[in-house]
Write a protein that binds this ligand. Structure first.
Ligand code: FAD
Length: 129
């Protein structure tokens, strides 16, 4: 049996490990932090659990495809619940929300839509929402 060592237990390392194990490799994964997940790992402290990120769960079909390629169903491992607002930024005396509803997102970007960078961003949102 061939051996492979994967450095890093983020999404990429874990996905690579799964596919190589499926192909019959003997896989070892090393991780420098004390828990797996990389950018998406958790911080548990004083009874609270913090997701360190990613902030949004984009492109769920990529994850569904990953499970499918391994002969599994994503729904057997997790379920998704849309939260509203999707994102909240806390300022010193105020909050800024990013709403879940697509038309409300567009509205919230409207005041700055004259900025050149916002036009391609709006096009991107239309394409992938
Ligand atoms: C601020 C921020 C916001 C983001 N927001 C989103 C979002 O909203 N939606 C989204 O889909 N994506 C988002 N992303 C991107 C997403 O988090 C990453 O694409 C994804 O988590 C990367 O996974 P990865 O496995 O490639 O890398 P990482 O998650 O970085 O994993 C790499 C792992 O390798 C380990 N490692 C590194 N060097 C060594 C070493 N020498 N020895 C042992 N271990 C090592 C690290 O500790 C880490 O666990 C965001 C990223 C950032 C930084």
């Amino acid at each position: 049996m061939r051996n492979v060592l994967i450095i890093g237990a983020g999404f990429s390392g874990l996905a690579a490990a799964c596919f190589m194990a499926k192909e019959g490799w003997k896989v070892s994964v090393v991780e420098k932090m004390d828990s797996p997940g990389g950018r998406a790992r958790q911080l548990i402290s004083d009874g609270f659990t913090f997701d360190r990120g990613p902030s949004w769960f984009w492109m769920p079909e990529v994850y569904e495809r990953f499970f499918k390629l391994l002969g599994k169903n994503a729904s057997d491992y997790y379920s998704l619940k849309r939260i509203d607002p999707s994102y909240r930024i806390f300022w010193k005396e105020d909050v800024t929300d990013v709403p879940a509803d697509f038309s409300q997102i567009l509205q919230s970007f409207w005041p700055v839509s004259v900025l050149p960078t916002v036009i391609p961003f709006r096009r991107y949102l239309w394409r992938y929402h």
